[in-house]
Design a protein around this ligand. Structure first.
Ligand SMILES: [Fe+2]
Ligand SMILES: [Fe+2]
Length: 292
């Protein structure tokens, strides 16, 4: 099976040796080359990405300084179906649900401006400056919701399937799934805003250290509109994480429990101003918000 969907993006060749050294290592590993000094996370990611013939095909083109010839959205969709689904169906379902939730929220806002929504008791909602998102911003928010956790393939599947709560060591390791999206994104020439949203999706509520990758994305973090989009994504992600079924957690939280107990703790650094978007969706009867 070889890619046939040729579109506007990714028609321009790039110089492989100009890419980040870790992106080059990831690409070499995907092509089955022996890569000295590659870290264990990139190694797992490469092994999982090798499930897709299309990814191997475009990566070979990248290494040869040829245009990828396939748009990045199509490549990430292929990774989701061919690599993520067999690797960890729980994460696959989470991404599908996140995409649906954001799509439904944006649909809701086609008819109602944020300032017309009920604040559901979140006082800071009224004080938030609501931005007009361009159609491109909206599409990027949806793509980020659909793909932000693809970096979860940088661990062995046992990392996600270990029953019981995460250990302290596992919690520390978690940063890498977000960070490694950067190399995947650069390799496939993903839109920068989608890369930034995906890499930073734990940053506002977990406060990961400002490593080299976050420093590269600092200009995004300085933009108020980007912060708005990121916090929107993170709010949904916290909510989705708490209400999804997870093998490493024995409890499934209800919508009310999450809103009243989980969100105030998890969102301490983000603020609860985005919760009304979830509440409004719930009120509109969207089962995707709380499928249980
Ligand atoms: Fe994540
Ligand atoms: Fe997530």
């Amino acid at each position: 099976m070889v890619a046939t969907k040729l579109v506007m993006n990714n028609q321009i060749p790039r110089v492989f040796k100009n890419l980040d050294p870790e992106t080059q290592q990831l690409a070499q590993a995907i092509c089955g080359h022996k890569v000295n000094g590659i870290n264990v996370h990139l190694k797992h990611l490469a092994e999982n990405l090798r499930r897709s013939e299309m990814i191997i095909w475009v990566t070979k083109r990248l290494i040869s300084d040829e245009a990828l010839g396939v748009n990045w959205e199509h490549l990430l969709e292929d990774i989701t179906e061919q690599c993520l689904k067999p690797f960890h169906e729980e994460t696959y379902r989470h991404l599908k649900r996140m995409h649906q939730i954001v799509a439904e929220q944006l649909k809701l806002l086609e008819h109602q401006k944020p300032e017309q929504l009920d604040d559901f008791g979140c006082e800071d909602f009224r004080t938030m400056h609501h931005f007009e998102l361009t159609p491109e911003d909206q599409q990027n928010l949806k793509w980020a919701a659909a793909f932000h956790d693809l970096g979860r393939m940088c661990y062995p599947v046992s990392f996600w399937n270990t029953p019981g709560r995460f250990s302290q060591k596992q919690r520390e390791q978690l940063e890498f799934h977000a960070r490694n999206f950067y190399f995947l994104g650069e390799m496939l020439n993903v839109c920068q805003e989608v890369i930034a949203l995906s890499v930073l999706h734990h940053y506002p509520n977990k406060g990961y250290p400002d490593n080299g990758i976050i420093a590269k994305l600092r200009p995004f973090l300085d933009q108020p509109k980007f912060q708005y989009m990121l916090k929107w994504l993170v709010t949904n992600d916290v909510y989705g994480g708490a209400t999804d079924k997870r093998s490493y957690r024995d409890q499934i939280w209800t919508h009310e429990q999450v809103i009243q107990q989980t969100m105030p703790v998890e969102m301490a650094r983000v603020g609860l101003g985005w919760v009304p978007f979830i509440q409004a969706l719930k009120q509109s009867g969207q089962r995707v918000v709380c499928p249980a």
